[in-house]
Design a protein around this ligand. Structure first.
Ligand code: GLU
Length: 458
């Protein structure tokens, strides 16, 4: 691929659960890579496992991606494409590259254990390749259905005499990688119930959809060796590959779609900003600082696939909270305004600037809008403060108010009453907001305004 050819990438989750922050890392790496190269992003739902895949999970994936600002250029699902895989599988069978095996899972397991006990790698010995037509018929008469393995090109003449066969590729993220095809078993492409594992459909689709770069987790490196051989057997072209490091949870466990841990849906429900999640999922475990990027374009500029580390990265909730705070605390009004309107909390730019340092979730702006507009339960004024508050009320300056109203007013009250510090400020803050903490009163008081302030000071 020359530099000027825009890339085509794909994100290929199986719709068997909700996306978690680790899946999103793969999605974002593909999306950002496509963005940087002005290329195309395909969402491919790997739903060949018909039992575990559901339409709800597929819809959830689309929704989670959209929340992060990822809108695919094209969406496909593998369950629509079985005829294509069948044709390619048939072709491989005819070439002798896809062969029927009849071992049960138990037999395979026992064989693996025997090899390992002898200190040998647990590589499938191609026993099924020796079966005669009669033996196969016999197995089928017993009710056994075959599963189908791809014959890896790791031998010269005799498939039972394998030899070191290096597949090399230039990984976008890890540099040159080498996989030895003699170190692995012939991959099963079709299960005994006739369903496909993702391995072959993925190759068929990548070719047909013009995928130029396959970007996925580092747990696929060995698969890549086998898949490159399959690309070649099917007639290519072979795309480029990039394998990113994986994310683990705080205790060092891998993330699983099935457990629902750190799902994007749960982070969204918890009120996190999509760009806090996207910034963390992208930048953690890279040689780059984990900074809060305000939008996906900025993240695309910052992201550098070559800086992704090789070792796994740990998700940290504290990092996510920190990024979320940074985004909210620096969000300008133009960006906040439509969202404030949506939660009926748009009281103007001065309001937003006053409250943004005091919120950890955008939604909390509505609590402050309620307070400014007087929808809160007034705190009882302590008997020892009653006279003080009344005096303060009498000293309220006329409007127009600016950010000097609070310092000017409180100095006048201080002079009159002799109170200072907490004793001076706290009863006034409580009377005006019903809270003992909150935004800087210098910014908040002009937003509350004189009539409402007067009503709160008996
Ligand atoms: N469906 C596969 C997975 O989720 C796709 C892997 C790939 O990106 O090729 O593991």
């Amino acid at each position: 691929m020359t530099k000027s050819t825009p890339p085509t990438v794909r994100f290929a989750p199986s719709p068997t659960g909700r996306l978690h922050i680790g899946n999103i890392r793969t999605a974002l790496y593909n999306w950002l890579f496509a963005k940087k190269g002005e290329g195309q992003f395909v969402l491919r739902l790997d739903d060949t496992d018909r039992e575990r895949s559901t339409d709800e999970f597929a819809a959830g994936i689309v929704e989670d991606l959209a929340w992060l600002g990822i809108v695919p250029d094209r969406t496909e699902k593998q369950s629509d494409r079985f005829a294509k895989y069948d044709a390619v599988a048939e072709d491989l069978r005819e070439k002798g590259l896809l062969y029927a095996c009849y071992e049960t899972a138990d037999e395979i397991d026992r064989r693996r254990k025997r090899l390992m006990a002898r200190g040998l790698p647990p590589v499938y010995e191609r026993t099924a390749l020796k079966l005669s037509a009669e033996e196969k018929t016999e197995f089928e008469a017993q009710g056994r259905q075959p599963h189908w393995r791809f014959l890896l090109p790791n031998f010269a003449e005799n498939p039972f005499e394998t030899q070191r066969t290096e597949v090399k590729f230039q990984d976008v993220m890890r540099g040159e990688q080498t996989v030895d095809l003699a170190s692995m078993s012939d991959p099963v492409l079709i299960r005994e119930d006739g369903s496909y594992l993702y391995t072959l459909p993925s190759v068929v689709d990548d070719i047909e959809m013009g995928v130029s770069h396959v970007i996925r987790g580092g747990d696929h490196i060995t698969n890549t060796g086998a898949q490159i051989a399959i690309f070649e057997a099917v007639g290519g072209p072979v795309p480029e590959f990039g394998h990113h490091n994986l994310l683990q949870d705080a205790s060092g466990e891998g993330l699983s779609k099935r457990s629902g841990a750190l799902s994007i849906a749960s982070l969204r429900e918890a009120g996190y900003e999509p760009m806090a999640v996207a910034s963390l999922a992208t930048l953690i475990g890279t040689g780059q600082p984990v900074e809060a990027c305000a939008d996906i374009e900025i993240l695309a500029d910052v992201f550098d696939p070559e800086k992704v580390s090789k070792s796994n990265a740990k998700f940290s909730a504290t990092d996510l909270d920190g990024l979320n705070d940074k985004l909210l605390h620096s969000m300008d009004y133009a960006q906040a305004e439509p969202r404030l309107r949506a939660i009926e909390a748009d009281l103007g730019e001065d309001f937003w600037i006053a409250v943004r340092p005091n919120i950890n979730r955008f939604q909390q702006a509505s609590q402050w809008a309620d307070i400014v507009e007087g929808r809160f339960e007034a705190l009882p004024i302590e008997p020892e403060d009653a006279e003080f508050v009344a005096l303060a009320a009498a000293l309220l300056p006329e409007e127009p108010w600016d950010d000097q109203v609070w310092p000017n007013w409180t100095s006048a009250v201080k002079e009159k009453t002799g109170r200072k510090g907490r004793q001076l400020f706290m009863p006034l803050r409580k009377a005006l907001t019903g809270q003992d903490h909150g935004p800087d009163m210098r910014q908040l008081m002009p937003v509350i305004g004189l009539p409402r302030t007067r009503r709160r000071l008996p």
